[in-house]
Design a protein around this ligand. Structure first.
Ligand SMILES: Cc1cc2nc3c(=O)[nH]c(=O)nc-3n(C[C@H](O)[C@H](O)[C@H](O)COP(=O)(O)O)c2cc1C
Length: 359
């Protein structure tokens, strides 16, 4: 679809992320430059069961430019029904999850387990294409493990069924986050299929975007953890790498709180909700590390050890739950947290990527 290719061309897309792609965070990302945003993984069966919590995931923000909803399911009719439903609620694109690694879902034949069944993928995409007028996409991994790397087969099955674009997360299910993404394999998919390919894996700095697009032949890129750590990654794509001060970072986090208060309300219940999300986000925000003095860059696979340049920056780098609770409370009260009043370090609050993806 030409129109979709135009929308995607050169874009950095906010990845679908359980918890992370919540509505106010998507709004924040859009304010920082995101043109295409994705929902959290939404289980088709739970929509059918009319679960309110699942309906919350498919809600498009009033000003959201191009909102893709990601669905998990393995029954063609159910996925076609769910696609129709989410499009009636404003989705601009519907994506099929073929990569979720979590045992709970794979044991039900969803996510990465579905990625092992190209023929079923064909039937699901075919049914969804018949059901909705908007683009239908799939998000795949390279395979189940190193012995079963079936990405070309899955990609071709999706193309045969009429898929409009394919996102490739350059890892197998077994690899989880231990190894770097395999961009050569992503490039292989881009060269093999006639539809736009969206490359995904390990992007952390704006300067990586143009070379990744160029060398992979992808139409667009997608980032998950990079954007959780640095929502201003979108700005870096147009402005170049940024080394924000702690105060500038606080202003961005405070904006998230303002958007969250509009969404969940600024009452007791809303604030409790927002606090829970803030604690979660702080587990990623604390992982920010600036470009190194020698001109090289921190990488996603390694926790950077660096020296904060101010007391506030040192506070934001703390990974313990005590610091996160303290910062969250200050942000909720719309004040800048005072490093001098921060509690002594407690247990760890920083997030393990695999555990985070489990939601
Ligand atoms: C907290 C978290 C939640 C995620 N949830 C989803 C999800 O719901 N659907 C999905 O397709 N991928 C999900 N992923 C995987 C990401 O979309 C992405 O493919 C992966 O993290 C690799 O990109 P990155 O290296 O930029 O993080 C999640 C990742 C994280 C860190």
């Amino acid at each position: 679809m030409t129109v979709l290719r135009d929308t995607l061309q050169g874009a950095l897309i906010l990845a679908p992320m359980t918890k992370g792609s919540n509505l106010p965070y998507r709004q924040l990302c859009q304010e920082l430059g995101a043109r295409v945003t994705m929902s959290e993984m939404t289980v088709a069966r739970r929509l059918k069961q009319k679960r309110r919590s699942e309906f919350a995931l498919i809600r498009k923000a009033p000003d959201e430019r191009f909102f893709g909803v990601q669905l998990a399911g393995n029954k063609p009719e159910e996925m076609a029904w769910a696609a129709e439903l989410v499009v009636s609620r404003g989705a601009d694109l519907v994506d099929v999850n073929l990569g979720c690694p979590i045992d709970y879902f794979t044991s039900k034949g969803l996510g990465a387990a579905l990625g092992r069944e190209p023929r079923r993928v064909f039937r699901i995409v075919e049914a969804m294409k018949k059901a909705v007028p908007v683009p239908v996409t799939v998000k795949i991994r390279l395979g189940w493990n190193d012995e079963h790397r079936n990405y070309l087969e899955v990609a071709r099955a999706a193309v045969d069924a009429g898929v409009d674009a394919i996102t490739v997360h350059g890892r197998t299910r077994a690899a989880r986050y231990t190894k770097s993404a395999d961009w050569a394999a992503i490039a292989e998919v881009a060269a093999a299929v006639p539809v736009p390919v969206i490359g995904n894996g390990d992007l952390l700095f704006g300067h990586q975007v143009a070379p990744a697009l160029e060398s992979s032949g992808c139409t667009a890129l997608m980032s998950a953890r990079g954007i959780l750590i640095k929502p201003w990654l979108f700005r870096e794509v147009t402005e170049g790498d940024l080394d924000l001060t702690a105060e500038e970072r606080i202003a961005i986090y405070a904006r998230y709180v303002a958007l969250a208060k509009l969404h969940w309300r600024d009452d007791e219940k809303g604030r409790a909700r927002i606090r829970e999300f803030l604690l979660w986000h702080l587990g990623f925000w604390c992982r920010y590390a600036p470009p190194r003095a020698d001109g090289t860059f921190p990488i996603m696979q390694q926790r950077e050890s660096w020296t904060p340049r101010s007391p506030l920056e040192a506070l934001l780098a703390r990974a313990d739950a005590g610091a996160h609770g303290f910062i969250a409370d200050a942000l909720l009260d719309t004040v800048v947290p005072d490093p001098a009043a921060a509690p002594e370090p407690t247990d760890a609050g920083a997030i393990d990527d695999d555990a985070a993806e489990a939601g």
